[in-house]
Design a protein around this ligand. Structure first.
Ligand SMILES: [Zn+2]
Length: 398
């Protein structure tokens, strides 16, 4: 398992990815791009076009995609990391590296809630959040970008606490509802303080996830007005369909669907969002590690589920895990666009899939085969050890 500091990403100064058979943009308004080559300089996208548009220079690294599809690296909007690549929830080491093999290059913490002995007093929870933010900013398991340091709000916090957290670099709140604050009025006040200082918030939705956590229904969610309606399909237990519909219709916040939730409720949400013409609000997560475990292919499985059973075009479903999340979470990745981080996943249809190409295979509910991941312009993995084998795989030719 390769692990490195942020300072040592091992990226070549320039990378050219050529031979791309299908370019998925991440942009829900134009999910595919007419280009076969991407140029990356210093870990950023600096060119998108045809191979003849770019002159190879000595020292360049060249990747031949061999006709595979290239998508922005997948973003898991909802994880519960603890320390490096270890999770005590299922006592696993290397779970983040396994998710990289599922195409995930960025993860967002919804709270480091599984840390044994996690402090719940105000001084302790602030110190823990700041330490977590620092640790994941400094150390990337296998190169995966973890946005960590997401405190869970507790009664007794005052506005000054949010100001102090923001000044220290904290940019996220852990799931509202996992701590002692479970009423709409207090949640609303604290979420507003967080927003005032640039801290984004997510709220738990649905029944308790494990013994000790609580029920959060639509009234609390509408009152709290957090930026992300975390796992609107439950984590694990979903709200009644009528409440999910109400949330979709009566607030404009992000609709997050997770693997470790209720899949039927996820499909209901997709249908309502489709009817409202608001698929730009849909983002994907796993909610791993959790009682349901770790899903290295969880984001790909959600894309296949939503496309195979939810009637969403596969190229659009990929946007739920890339451009939508990047826009709603204000990330610099997730789109094939000049200036964005050069974070990519290269895929092809799995061997022996009944689909005629990658998108058709996903439409039929099959998982794609991942052939390569790239983060900040550096090749991180070759053929995935976790997905079914891709029909074609990219090659580093120079
Ligand atoms: Zn939750």
């Amino acid at each position: 398992m390769a692990q490195d500091d942020v300072a040592n990403t091992g990226a070549p100064s320039r990378l050219i990815v050529q031979g791309i058979g299908l370019l998925l943009s991440g942009d829900i308004n134009a999910p595919t791009l007419d280009a076969d080559t991407i140029e990356c300089t210093g870990g950023r996208i600096t060119g998108i076009g045809r191979r003849s548009d770019f002159e190879a220079l000595p020292g360049d690294q060249i990747v031949d995609a061999k006709g595979c599809a290239l998508s922005p690296g997948l973003i898991d909007s909802h994880v519960h990391p603890v320390a490096g690549d270890w999770t005590p929830r299922q006592n696993q080491i290397g779970w983040i590296d396994s998710c990289l093999h599922g195409g995930v290059t960025t993860m967002i913490s919804a709270g480091e809630v599984h840390m044994p002995g996690r402090p719940k007093d105000v001084v302790g929870l602030k110190a823990f959040a700041i330490a977590s933010q620092r640790m994941f900013a400094t150390f990337r398991p296998s190169g995966v970008k973890i946005h960590g340091g997401a405190p869970v709000i507790e009664h007794g916090m005052v506005e000054e606490d949010f100001k102090e957290l923001a000044a220290a670099g904290v940019r996220l709140l852990g799931e509202v509802g996992l701590g002692s604050v479970k009423d709409g009025r207090t949640a609303r006040e604290m979420v507003a303080w967080a927003r005032k200082y640039g801290i984004q918030s997510t709220i738990h939705t649905g029944g308790p996830s494990i013994p000790g956590s609580g029920m959060i229904d639509k009234d609390v969610i509408l009152a709290a007005d957090a930026d992300i309606i975390g796992h609107i399909n439950g984590g694990h237990t979903a709200l009644p369909d009528s409440q999910i519909t109400c949330l979709c219709e009566n607030c404009g916040r992000a609709l997050e669907l997770v693997h470790n939730g209720n899949e039927r409720a996820a499909l209901h949400t997709v249908r309502v969002a489709t009817g409202l013409g608001q698929l730009d609000r849909v983002i994907l997560g796993t909610d791993a590690p959790a009682g349901s475990g770790v899903q290295p292919l969880g984001i790909l499985r959600m894309i296949a589920l939503i496309s195979g059973l939810g009637g969403v075009a596969p190229e659009t479903a990929f946007c739920f895990a890339t451009g939508n999340t990047a826009r709603l979470r204000e990330l610099d990745c997730g789109l094939i666009e000049i200036g964005r981080a050069a974070d990519f996943v290269l895929m092809d249809k799995a061997q022996h899939s009944a689909g005629k190409d990658l998108l058709d295979s996903v439409r039929l509910g099959d998982l794609p085969g991942v052939g390569m991941t790239i983060i900040d312009g550096a090749v991180r993995t070759l053929r995935s050890r976790n997905t079914p084998p891709a029909s074609r795989v990219p090659e580093v030719v120079k």
